[in-house]
Ligand binder design. Sequence first.
Ligand SMILES: Cc1cc2nc3c(=O)[nH]c(=O)nc-3n(C[C@H](O)[C@H](O)[C@H](O)COP(=O)(O)OP(=O)(O)OC[C@H]3O[C@@H](n4cnc5c(N)ncnc54)[C@H](O)[C@@H]3O)c2cc1C
Length: 411
Amino acid sequence: MILGGGTGGTMTANRLRRRFDANEAEIHVVDRDDRHVYQPGLLFVPFGLAHEDEIVRPRRRQLRDGIVFHENEVEEVWIERDELLLDDGTVLSYDLLVVASGVRLQPEETEGMTGPGWNERVFTFYDLPGAAALARTLERFGGGRLVVNIADMPIKCPVAPIEFAFLADWYLRERGIRARSEVVLATPLDGCFTKPVASEHLTYLLGNKEIELVTEFSAGEIDGVGGKLTSYDGRELDFDLLVTVPLHGGAAYIERSPGLGDALGFVPTDKHTLQTPAKPNVFALGDATDLPTSKAGSVTHFEAEVLAENVARYFADRELDTSYDGHANCFIETGFHKALLIDFNYDTEPLPGHYPTAVGLPLLRESRLNHLGKLACQWIYWHALLPGRDIPGVTPAMPTAGKKRVAAHAS
Ligand SMILES: Cc1cc2nc3c(=O)[nH]c(=O)nc-3n(C[C@H](O)[C@H](O)[C@H](O)COP(=O)(O)OP(=O)(O)OC[C@H]3O[C@@H](n4cnc5c(N)ncnc54)[C@H](O)[C@@H]3O)c2cc1C
């Protein structure tokens, strides 16, 4: 039983379907709707670089034959009796549960965020309606002060707000209105990114592009009419346009399900096996977990490989694979048809060099090749990753062959 038919749920279901015959396993996926959004594409929608129709496909069609799809909201899970409740009153029972329900955006949790000015002067590109509304407004934007703000951590794709600031700089220059605009990135972190070497590179690029960086700024209150963003410690930032990344929490049903999640609705998960301490027949992956790595599609993909293996081992009563190492990689769009690539895991921060081997894509360096790599991800996502195919040379374990060790500097 797989809860969530997004990135992780779909990959897991398809990997398991390839592994087990219909007479060996019944595979069910539950999701509240039939619209699978390629979320990295949300970054491009506000700038007219992708249209909403191009990044959405029916969920059902991404699932292999023989997978049962329930288009329902999950209301509650009772792990002690291996059952769950759907919004139409159906109770489903399972032998094994995979939690893949991602995160829930909570803009209403920040005072004033969804008040007057929401989707007029205050936007998020973290969901499809928000990204599309922002596209219409940016098209009419004649210059001014654009503030990009992360309300608080954790968020999915922690580099996406930085990418947004880079692309905003590029977009405003292309339109000839950069001189009468300011771009500000306000983050609750003490640098633009958590990891020192990558943070140093990205901070240099922000400065180069005249993007102001405001650190240790957690959004406390928003006045969407007056154009003022106030931090918890009373600092104020004026804006003409605010692009915000709202607070994230786990799916609401997790909070209602005894013993499943933590106070924020995330699922405590073993960082190497993806089994949960809640019960041996409950596994979790992707944004829904509490794991100390990025909430990213790449992470979810690497986890799905280990998780599918462990589901097979669980049913065969074999010892679980402990090999997931927190491997993550992200292309970071920097504008002007260039991107940077970072690759890291629980223990190794993003380092320079090449990925996946010494002759691969350049790491921590802007290049056109990386931009093309980022664009190619969408095709790879629909045609290889979601169907559960292995990609030669791309493995759950972080490769070290092409990486250069460097002394870390304080950020
Ligand atoms: C703007 C943006 C840019 C990004 N860029 C990148 C990138 O460049 N690279 C990268 O690797 N990652 C990127 N990501 C992150 C990536 O998209 C996510 O990390 C990934 O999709 C996580 O997969 P998941 O399966 O955990 O969650 P999701 O794919 O979000 O799936 C969760 C599913 O659960 C369903 N669900 C939730 N609650 C319920 C319920 N109660 N009942 C029924 N169904 C429910 C939802 O409908 C959803 O379909 C980006 C994300 C955003 C927002």
